[in-house]
Design a protein around this ligand. Structure first.
Ligand code: KDG
Length: 337
């Protein structure tokens, strides 16, 4: 069985055209985003059965959002519609020394207010291989945090593997930041795959990783995570260095219980849109695992997806398997099945 169920908030994404600043012009491009939805869409585009579980306003915007996911091939039958508001985020891509601007307007959204009993998890998870969700669910408020814990516990009970992206957003945790470590620990206790780096593990375990070398810090954090969370089998992260706002170096890291796998570092120049790069990486790794690739190949595929997303406007990596394989062709990368 290879179905992936993604659980998280869907957002309306509004961005000015071209390189304009927010509200510099009266025009905003409307798209949809949301970290887990980006993963669901990318997996569907890569040919997997993927489903989105969420809550949306029962109005034209909410229904358009679900229709957009269906256009990519995502099963939206697990999305609930209710009275209330849609979460929005505004974004203006950075250029030269000007950073990307992200403004959230999502407090009190239908999703954030939907509690733990809203979803029929045993039915939604029936026949699934993975449940994928992120720390955003925990950050949005008590109702969605409890809802995330219910999802994770239902997955464990049903024998569905949990894939969790820590996605730590300090802007979203706000006054609830003190609760983050305990909530994150509860989810990690059930997770088989975690997307996170040494900063996430430091926050979760209250320990610092001070090794000078980035790979050594990641390896030390992964060793502590494996020692603490018995179900955890894989910890993955991207290693990003900003050379400039639109030039970054990106590499991938994947720790298993007995080794650290890495990729070569890719220089990304003339970045079009970096939002969703981490989600493209996550979907790429899940794709590799679902296809039964060797772990190194799955990581190489994931970093190709994460890199190539930077060339695509919008949140979602719209690219397909041949694009990712072509990205590596120059290095003699081959998928072994
Ligand atoms: O990973 C992309 C997300 O950051 C974007 O879709 C918005 O979900 C979002 C969030 O909460 O930041």
């Amino acid at each position: 069985e290879s179905r992936v169920v993604c659980f998280g908030e869907l957002l309306l994404r509004l961005s000015p055209p071209g390189q304009e600043l927010l509200l510099q012009s009266p025009h905003l491009d409307a798209r949809f985003g949301g970290a887990e939805a980006n993963v669901a869409a990318s997996l569907a585009i890569l040919g997997h059965a993927s489903a989105m579980v969420s809550a949306l306003p029962d109005n034209a915007i909410g229904h358009a959002c679900a229709a957009e996911l269906r256009r990519h091939g995502v099963d939206t039958s697990g999305i609930r519609f209710a009275d209330g508001r849609m979460g929005v985020y505004f974004i203006a891509p950075g250029a030269m020394q000007r950073p990307t601007e992200v403004v959230y307007d999502r407090a009190g959204s239908v999703f954030a207010c939907t509690g733990a009993t809203a979803h029929d998890w045993p039915r939604l998870l029936d026949g699934a291989r993975w449940l994928h969700l992120s720390g955003i669910n925990l950050a949005l408020g008590e109702a969605s945090a409890q809802s995330a814990l219910a999802a994770v516990q239902a997955a464990s009970a049903a024998g569905v593997s949990v894939s969790f992206d820590c996605n730590y957003r300090s802007k979203l945790w706000g006054a609830r930041a003190a609760q983050a470590p305990a909530l994150l620990r509860e989810v990690l206790a059930e997770a088989e795959l975690v997307f996170g780096n040494e900063r996430d593990i430091a926050l979760i375990l209250g320990e610092a990783f001070a090794q000078e070398d980035a790979q050594q810090r990641f390896r030390a954090a992964a060793e502590r995570a494996f020692a603490t969370f018995p179900r955890l089998r894989l910890m993955a992260a991207t290693d990003r260095r900003h050379l400039d706002v639109d030039t970054h170096d990106l590499g991938g890291l994947l720790a298993t219980r007995d080794q650290l796998l890495t990729t070569r570092t890719h220089r990304l120049a003339r970045i079009v849109d970096r939002i969703g790069g981490g989600d493209a990486f996550a979907a790429g790794l899940l794709h590799g695992l679902l296809r039964g690739m060797a772990e190194q190949d799955a990581l190489d595929f994931a970093i190709a997806a994460g890199c190539l997303k930077h060339s695509v406007p919008g949140d979602v990596n719209l690219l397909r398997e041949p694009d990712m394989l072509a990205f590596h062709a120059q290095d003699g990368f081959e998928v072994r099945r």
